[in-house]
Ligand binder design. Structure first.
Ligand SMILES: NC(=O)c1ccc[n+]([C@@H]2O[C@H](COP(=O)([O-])OP(=O)(O)OC[C@H]3O[C@@H](n4cnc5c(N)ncnc54)[C@H](O)[C@@H]3O)[C@@H](O)[C@H]2O)c1
Ligand SMILES: N[C@H](CO)Cc1c[nH]c[nH+]1
Ligand SMILES: [Zn+2]
Length: 436
């Protein structure tokens, strides 16, 4: 089942010893390129054909009627509604605190630079709905976008044959709860292309965010530039850094919980304790046999992207998890808070035995749309900041410009861009090079 990777005594680069090749989104680029091209060239017709091919549903149109959102909310199970409302309320509390005030810096007397935070005008929010449907991802996408002040929001999620070609009704209900009424029944790479190019009744968006499988993440990488993207939030990853004080039942439960997402999900335990490793292996066998999606979980745990990694000690373990840069990192050690404070690279860190990743998936208040594939070294998870641009507003008066003009001229000359210096000189009666 899950393999052991022994890094004890190894001074090698842990990134090369922890395989991720299976889940690398670049491997799917060649597959998603023709899909995205097709949407660009043929618009809605391509979306309808690709949906039939990949989702097994022949749609008559891609936009979900408003009445379907209302009836999904009316029919929503009260317990699920209460849970979604709690999730929304907690996420709102955290994300409201992420808003930043504009700042004005008086650089010199008469010279200011203001950083004005401006929301993106229109965003497309991807909500997964392949192997499972994710109403929680409606919350995680929509709440930060709303808190940022985005004016135009559209949600898309794959159509489900069993629901008449609509996205899952709980997804529609979550959209209605959050006041989103522009919803499309399109999934996969074609949904990312729909937002990037605009297709039929779906106007192009400035940015697409949200989690998805390898094809969704790959399309985001391919179309980045045509459209803004958030993190490459692809197949789920959990790394657990644990010592002998960790409860093996908790470790195994958490590894299985994230393996449930996808055969490409990565579940990694990093520990110096061979005793814990053995107990977790035993727990995993029992849990996998008993879990509902046992085939998918077994494939994910048995894949080359998952493993139990033995390290020399917790310092070595910390170096390994930092190099790995997991989407989710749990710290289950005697000194969990202190260890967590030293972590540099992770999408989100879960500290101690009562902060499992599943809590963050739904109800911690944190965001569950997080960077995968090692991109946590440079990119953060979804937040209000994702949807804001800091625009610098520069305002100098005559004296302030005059005071700095020689420096501008010197730098312009050093870069052999004399017209730059002359643009400043022109304001003070300065001549143009070569002009009479
Ligand atoms: N990183 C994060 O923040 C995060 C959060 C939640 C979920 N996830 C991940 O989201 C993913 C959800 O995956 P899912 O498949 O259930 O739903 P999904 O909505 O991401 O993907 C389903 C779509 O994939 C497309 N597809 C299926 N087979 C294809 C093929 N052979 N070629 C091209 N396109 C194809 C179809 O169009 C379908 O609509 C999982 O990998 C999960 O781990 C990540
Ligand atoms: N663990 C996922 C992020 O990778 C988020 C999620 C949604 N639903 C359940 N889990
Ligand atoms: Zn999850």
């Amino acid at each position: 089942m899950i393999s052991r990777i022994d890094l004890r005594g190894s001074a090698g680069d842990p990134r090369e010893l922890l395989p991720r090749a299976e889940t690398d989104v670049s491997a799917a680029l060649d597959q998603v390129r023709p899909i995205c091209e097709d949407v660009r060239e043929r618009g809605t017709e391509a979306l309808l054909e690709l949906t039939e091919r990949f989702d097994g549903v022949r749609l008559s149109g891609i936009r979900v009627p408003r009445a379907e959102l209302d009836s999904a909310l009316a029919a929503l199970d009260p317990a699920v509604r209460a849970a979604l409302e709690e999730s929304i309320e907690r996420a709102r509390r955290v994300h409201a605190d992420q808003r930043r005030a504009d700042t004005t810096t008086r650089v010199v007397p008469g010279g200011t630079v203001t950083e004005r935070w401006v929301p993106v005008d229109r965003v497309g929010l991807y909500v997964p709905g392949g192997r499972a449907a994710y109403p929680s991802s409606v919350v995680m996408n929509v709440v930060p976008a709303q808190e940022a002040g985005v004016a135009s929001l559209a949600v898309t999620s794959p159509p489900q044959a069993e629901f008449g070609g609509l996205p899952h009704p709980t997804i529609l209900a979550a959209c209605a709860l959050l006041g989103v009424d522009e919803v499309y029944a399109v999934g996969g790479a074609q949904a990312v292309a729909m937002f990037a190019y605009g297709a039929g009744r779906c106007e192009r968006a400035d940015m697409v965010t949200g989690p998805g499988n390898i094809w969704v993440a790959s399309a985001k990488r391919l179309l980045k530039g045509v459209i803004g993207i958030d993190a490459e939030a692809g197949p789920t990853e959990i790394a657990v850094l644990a010592d002998e004080t960790a409860d093996p039942a908790y470790v195994a439960a958490d590894l299985v919980s994230q393996a449930e997402h996808d055969v490409l999900a990565a579940s990694v335990l990093v520990t110096p304790s061979t005793e814990l490793a053995g107990k977790v292996e035993a727990e995993l066998s029992a849990r996998v046999a008993a879990t509902r999606h046992r085939d998918r979980v077994a494939d994910a745990l048995g894949g080359r992207q998952s493993g139990i990694v033995l390290v020399d000690d917790l310092d070595h373990g910390l170096a390994v998890v930092d190099a790995y840069a997991a989407e989710h990192l749990e710290i289950l050690t005697a000194d969990a808070s202190a260890r967590a404070a030293a972590v540099r690279n992770a999408g989100a860190v879960f500290v101690g035995p009562y902060s499992p990743v599943s809590l963050g998936d739904y109800c911690a208040g944190s965001n569950h749309v997080l960077p995968t594939g090692g991109s946590a070294v440079h990119t953060a998870g979804l937040s209000v900041q994702t949807f804001l641009r800091g625009v610098h507003v520069v305002e100098y008066d005559r004296d302030a410009l005059a005071a700095v003009a020689p420096h501008v001229a010197a730098l312009a000359e050093a870069e052999d861009l004399p017209a730059h210096g002359e643009a400043v000189a022109a304001r003070f009666g300065g001549g143009q090079e070569g002009a009479q």
